[in-house]
Design a protein around this ligand. Structure first.
Ligand code: ADP
Length: 220
């Protein structure tokens, strides 16, 4: 079976993060095996997930018994128990699971997970904290850093961009950002072109270097 079509995934740890992730994947048609050492949590998600098992993921025998080595993808969603998170990740690496995602609670934790061989490390609390900091302190309606130094920001169209085609506003030269989408009142987002004329109250999504996106959001 090709990797793209393999919609089976092992989710270890059914805390707040793991359970949300597992339920969302089920909604998207994935077959999810959820594992947690807590009988109470496993019971809670037994009906909603495809399969659930009570097991200690730091125990190699138990991991083999749940068939962890048969999965192409696994998520280690154990956060607060660092030792358990690291040990579980390293066991999955040893078993040769080819696509391991691991949740970290800090950059240092993330670095260790990468060193033991996790293929992707996510820092949900850390990333969300940074994102909310941008929303609270600035004028952005939404904000995502796509990778270090490159972001998308959602903001209201500033006065100086209103009433003429984007091409004529020189916004890219002046602010270093590109307007990628526009949403007019009561409509859906649509892509922006050089000919797009913004109106008062339009919401736009802009892309660019993080600092430029931040500066642009202050223009309003
Ligand atoms: P969250 O912040 O997402 O709730 P937690 O770190 O609090 O994350 O929860 C992680 C989950 O992982 C808990 O439900 C816990 O029972 C489970 N867990 C911790 N250690 C193990 C382990 N060795 N094997 C299986 N599950 C574990």
């Amino acid at each position: 079976q090709s990797k793209a079509k393999d919609k089976r995934i092992l989710v270890i740890g059914l805390g707040r993060f793991g359970s949300s992730l597992a339920l969302e994947l089920v909604n998207h048609g994935w077959e999810v095996l959820g594992v947690d050492s807590s009988p109470r949590l496993v019971q809670t998600y037994a009906d909603a997930l495809t399969h659930t098992v009570i097991a200690d993921a730091t125990d190699e025998e138990s991991l083999i018994q749940v068939g962890a080595n048969q999965f192409h993808r696994a998520v280690v969603a154990i956060g607060t128990h660092l030792e358990e998170s690291i040990l579980t990740t390293s066991l999955l690496v040893d078993m040769g699971v080819p696509d391991i995602w691991a949740k970290a609670v800090s950059r240092r934790h993330g670095r260790i997970l990468e060193q033991v061989g996790a293929h992707h490390v996510v820092l949900p609390e850390h990333d969300m904290g940074e994102r909310v900091a941008h929303l609270v302190s600035g004028r952005m309606l939404d904000y995502v850093e796509m990778e270090e130094g490159f972001s998308l920001g959602k903001t209201r169209a500033p006065k100086e961009l209103i009433g003429r085609p984007l091409r004529e506003t020189g916004v890219r030269q002046k602010y270093g950002i590109t307007v990628v989408s526009v949403k007019r009142l009561d409509t859906e987002f649509t892509y922006a072109t050089e000919e797009t004329v913004l109106h008062k109250g339009d919401v736009i999504v802009v892309a660019g270097r993080t600092g430029d996106v931040e500066r642009f959001a202050e223009v309003n």
